[in-house]
Design a protein around this ligand. Structure first.
Ligand code: AMP
Ligand code: MG
Length: 311
């Protein structure tokens, strides 16, 4: 019998539970691929090393290496590659099963939903609006939950989880209103008191998320949330792609435009285009499906912030 003790807890798998977990994960990934294939999106290979990566809107430890004369960042997200690829291709959109390294601070250990290496399905739709993307993701989530319910009911039962299929459209809230009502912990409060998926719009974020031209200091973006306290599922937004706007926003954040020279040159030459997209964390989706409070309990080789990794 194979036994794997996760680093987060003393929860152990016997082989029945491990195979059930991996079967559900396999069907989850298959359903996502099938959905995106049906929508005629094309898949990019993941990028692990790049001179630039997502600056993120929270602080993590540096994860860069030097090779030859060049410094490379380990991928935090492929946002810039997505924008360049959308600009260089045709068709409705692109996606990547994208491994990300984010050396999260040790305090994240308590959240139950943070790994320092994880994967997201990172999607970008050409010319799409917020509404288009939200609609698209609601369909993807619903199709995948239905698929798992059909294919893996015995395996899901082993984890004593019940899969409720949500109905469209998911409810929509505004981050400014929620913060005013509930304080800084509004996301966890909302998720813990909800029994259905919901969206929160209008987050102050990185320079590539589109600024609302009609409401200064506001962004045309969104996060998707799980119910029952499982918190954030996805972040995304419409994108800014025009050179002048991107340059101004980079400078406003005291970031060095030089670092983004290749990306900014493409923008200047009109090679970026309008899009909307977002990334759905895959481990977090599986954690929600199995209703495990610790993300480490659904990973074969978990990387929990602040915990020693054995393999
Ligand atoms: P972000 O655009 O930074 O919100 O990342 C996209 C998605 O990836 C998030 O909505 C989460 O589902 C997932 N994600 C982000 N950071 C982590 C992490 N440290 N551990 C596990 N999943 C994560
Ligand atoms: Mg996020």
């Amino acid at each position: 019998m194979l036994e794997i003790e996760t680093t987060r807890s003393s929860f152990t798998y016997d082989d029945t539970r491990l195979m059930a977990l991996l079967k559900i994960q396999t069907e989850m990934l298959k359903s996502i691929h099938d959905f995106l294939y049906e929508k005629k999106l094309v898949q990019l290979m993941p990028v692990i090393l790049s001179p630039i990566t997502d600056p993120l809107n929270h602080s993590v430890y540096d994860a860069s290496i030097t090779y030859g004369e060049q410094k490379f960042q380990l991928t935090k997200s492929m946002i810039f590659h997505k924008q360049l690829a959308i600009g260089a291709t045709s068709g409705p959109g692109i996606y990547i099963m994208s491994p990300n390294v984010r050396l999260e601070k040790e305090t994240m250990q308590q959240s139950g939903r943070h790994l320092f290496e994880f994967s997201q399905v990172d999607i970008e739709l050409r010319g799409a609006s917020t509404q288009d993307f939200m609609d698209f993701m609601e369909d993807l989530i619903i199709a995948t939950l239905i698929h798992i319910k059909q294919k893996c009911s015995d395996e899901v039962a082993i984890f004593e989880s019940r899969l409720k299929i949500p109905s469209k459209p998911f409810r929509v809230y505004n981050s400014f209103n929620l913060r005013e009502q509930f304080g800084d912990d509004f996301e966890q409060i909302m998720s813990s008191t909800s029994t259905d998926f919901f969206w929160i719009m209008d987050y102050t974020r990185e320079f590539y998320d589109k600024e609302d031209p009609e409401r200064k200091g506001h962004y045309i973006n969104y996060d998707l949330f799980y119910p029952y306290g499982f918190n954030e599922a996805l972040s995304g937004g419409e994108r800014d792609y025009e050179y002048k706007i991107l340059l101004r926003k980079i400078k406003e954040r005291n970031q060095d435009p030089q670092i983004f020279d290749f990306y900014l040159k493409a923008a200047k030459e009109g090679k970026l285009t309008s899009s909307a997209g977002g990334g759905l964390g895959l481990e977090r989706f599986l954690r929600y499906i199995l209703k495990k409070s610790n993300i480490g309990d659904i990973c074969l080789f978990p990387k929990i912030p602040g915990q020693k990794v054995r393999i």
